[in-house]
Design a protein around this ligand. Sequence first.
Ligand code: NAD
Ligand code: GLY
Length: 378
Amino acid sequence: MTSPAPQNAKPLHACVPVDLGERSYDILIGPGLLQSAGEHIAPRLNQPRTLVVTDSTVANIHLETLLNSLRASGIETSSYVVPAGEASKSFTELEKLCEAILTARLERADSIIALGGGVIGDLTGFAAAIVRRGMKFIQIPTTLLSQVDSSVGGKTGINTTMGKNLVGAFHQPSLVLADIACLDTLPARDFLSGYAEVVKYGLINDPDFFSWLDLNLDLLKAGDIDARAEAVRRSCLAKANIVAQDETEQGLRALLNLGHTFGHALEAETGYSARLTHGEGVAIGMALAMAFSAEEGLCPSQESERATAHLARAGLKTQIKQIEGPALDPDRLLTAMFQDKKVQSGRLTFILSRGIGQAYIARDIAPEKLKAFLTTQV
Ligand code: NAD
Ligand code: GLY
């Protein structure tokens, strides 16, 4: 199967630069980029040899288009397919992928291409960070979540039994190609998961973007290519801006984790299963972070309600109780929250809000307050 031809194809909608000195790179955004990938990638390679890593679902839909484009530009390439799903962000799949890169005899100056969602980007980026002590890699994100978040900023890694993304490295890609037409083949549930991360940028520091999303939600859900490209562009711009100021999360970058401390705990407690995707956890987490802020008197309740109403109108869950299956336990959720990478000296750093577009980093949140809040939510 080959990728569907982009409707309303324009050569390129946008280029968002990520300004990181010698590790700077571009994010190209627009429909049809998969078909022209070779032209964009060839000039950026040290050597015209790559390995494309993808998952079993994306391989059936988009791999052939990419391989044809790379080969047409004179790039020698092979591919490696991992099973689709969050479970592939594991030591087992990492080991197999590292072996595959070495078996393909890729040299340090060759490049690895991640074609897929956040799972493929995180796993492949981590392998690229450690094989031969660091190889060049390119992100071709195919989910909304990966186009607006995970392919940008260089966070790579895998999950362990102790929690999510606990083993990994910062390793920046050398190019990101976000082909908006790939979103046409994405199941609605995965589109919505990514949409949660789009809303996140409005809630963090861009109330105008939040209002734009409120106006354009129906177009975005209906698949309007221009609206989707604009949502991806503004999201990437917001992320690139934060990452350029704080690449390794010494402070400011933690804002990008709005909703994630609750969200990661919910994902862990639902076993990283089909009960809850990452983006769904983030949507509930953002609603909870805003509700907790309102309950603590930090944020007007109308602002918290407006944010939650938008997420719900998009079709996202906003309450723990809406997660299907057995009820979750507040004590276990709290324990899972303390596995967060933002815990310092046993104290939880949390992203709270003073209103839409006014997220801030709150240190030293009392666990008993969180416990009392969670008890009312489950
Ligand atoms: P995913 O990679 O599992 O993709 C979701 C599903 O969509 C998969 O089944 C995949 O096969 C399928 N798919 C992908 N592209 C498709 C397409 N174009 N058409 C049809 N199906 C397609 O999940 P995701 O939501 O993209 O990413 C979630 C992961 O990203 C999580 O592991 C999360 O921790 C990680 N993440 C990382 C960062 C970061 O900064 N590195 C940021 C946010 C999230
Ligand atoms: N998704 C959070 C970050 O990239 O920092």
